[in-house]
Design a protein around this ligand. Structure first.
Ligand code: HEM
Length: 124
């Protein structure tokens, strides 16, 4: 059986680094920052665990938070086209920060998923 993408990229440590980079940008984004809690510790943790699970790693996210149901969890937030663009921008910066740890195929797979998922989260 082929390794999961989670294993290929180095597991938890990779996703922690990616998500750190993501929230570093969110922290400076005037539109996105107010949507998140003041303390980003739990937000970071949830996104790390979700991504680990999504890419074939441990299912800790599900064990702790239940079924992701991401659209429903995002319903309380006004996710406009601009918010979506900001989110994709933050994630693109984060991916650029770990670009040297990914081959082209892995990079493109992640980029494609994030773009698709961010489009699905738009609710305004
Ligand atoms: C499109 C723009 C998006 C915006 C503005 C947005 C915003 C937010 C906000 C404000 C939270 C709450 C944070 C908290 O309570 O700590 C959140 C949670 C979360 N978001 Fe997003 N999000 C977006 C897209 C995405 C996408 C594309 C994904 C997945 C690829 C994602 C995954 C998550 C996860 C896993 C959580 C934690 C859910 C939980 O267990 O409570 N988000 N998001």
């Amino acid at each position: 059986m082929e390794d999961t993408l989670y294993e290929q990229v180095g597991g938890l440590a990779f996703f922690e680094q990616l998500v750190d980079g993501f929230y570093d940008v969110v922290a400076t984004d005037e539109l996105l920052r107010p949507m998140y809690p003041e303390d980003l510790t739990e937000s970071r943790r949830h996104l790390v665990l979700f991504l680990c699970q999504y890419w074939g790693g441990p299912t800790t996210y599900m064990d702790e938070r239940g079924h992701p149901r991401l659209r429903m969890r995002h319903a309380p937030f006004r996710i406009t086209k601009k918010a979506r663009d900001g989110w994709i921008h933050a994630m693109t910066c984060a991916l650029d920060g770990v670009r040297d740890q990914l081959n082209d195929e892995q990079y493109e797979e992640m980029m494609a998923y994030f773009t698709m998922a961010a489009n699905q989260m738009r609710n305004v």
